[in-house]
Design a protein around this ligand. Structure first.
Ligand code: 15L
Length: 275
């Protein structure tokens, strides 16, 4: 019989969309979860405790992370927002989480990065994890910042850090762009398990994507660490195309991986931006 995993795992952003989808799957593998958010997650289960925290407040984050073995950092602002929102929730918040993890002696940290750290790469280009970031928004910049913090805390303090450049998590790809970047919740939990359990983790950047034929990403490092996504975007192509038909074209966003995050506030010439 498999041994029970007794690690205390702190999960920030647990009341958010992704948190709500994956909590039951996580709990099945990790029965000692400390959920955190500013609002209380619904239907707390045995094995889940809730500790509220505002990520912008270092004392609250330190109290949350004290005694933790690992952290899954999904908290913060999950789309583009005004600078001050991004600054507090995603820049200061992310720093507070890494710093609290260092002080608490946390061994593993998985950071929910985003495809928007790379959003200005053109769709016609397949990218890996060895390229400079090309954020498509202040939000994307905050994710690139979180990846850089991850590298610092891995190199300087020995925390095993995994950054997941997540596409779009849900039961189905929402439109044609998401056929390339979709991530089923079960596949996400497989990636989290690699970040928490794989013996070789020092610092990793992996793409958070299912088995997507139209993928723009080379996720061979995740494969090498044992990732075997069980879900295929192509199985939902008809649904994605039907949804896409309801959306008008986006002359800028449709050229780039980040889609609407690229076209929002865009004031460049498309040719200069590079696709
Ligand atoms: C993200 O990073 C966002 O958190 C999510 O809301 C989606 O917009 C997703 O990217 C996406 O690119 O579809």
């Amino acid at each position: 019989m498999a041994e029970t995993d007794n690690r205390r795992i702190v999960f920030t952003g647990a009341a958010g969309g992704i948190g709500t989808m994956i909590r039951p799957l996580l709990l099945a593998r990790y029965p000692r979860l400390v959920l955190s958010d500013r609002v209380t997650p619904k239907d707390l289960q045995p094995g889940e405790t809730f500790v509220p925290a505002d990520l912008a407040k270092p004392d609250e984050v330190a109290a949350l992370v004290k005694g933790a073995d690992a952290v899954l950092h999904f908290g913060g602002h999950s789309v583009e927002g005004p600078w001050d929102t991004i600054l507090q929730a995603n820049i200061a918040g992310c720093y507070n989480v890494f710093e609290a993890a260092r002080v608490a002696g946390v061994k593993r940290l998985v950071f929910a990065s985003s495809n928007h750290a790379m959003g200005f790469y053109p769709r016609r280009r397949k990218i890996g994890t060895n390229l400079t970031t090309r954020p498509d928004s202040r939000y994307g910049v905050s994710k690139a910042f979180g990846e850089a913090l991850g590298a610092l805390y891995a190199d300087k303090h020995g925390i095993g850090v995994t950054c997941l450049r997540i596409g779009n998590v849900g039961p189905m790809p929402l439109d044609v762009r998401r056929l390339s970047i979709w991530l089923h919740p079960e596949d996400l939990v497989q990636l989290l398990a690699i970040g928490l359990d794989h013996p070789d983790i020092r610092f990793e950047i992996l793409y958070g994507a299912s088995d997507n034929e139209a993928s723009w990403w080379d996720n061979s490092r995740a494969q090498a660490l044992g990732y075997r996504p069980a879900h295929r975007a192509e199985d939902h192509r008809a649904h994605a195309e039907a949804e896409q038909a309801k959306i008008g074209p986006d002359p800028v966003g449709d050229l780039f991986q980040g889609g609407g995050f690229c076209s929002a506030e865009f004031s460049n010439d498309v040719k200069r931006a590079g696709p």
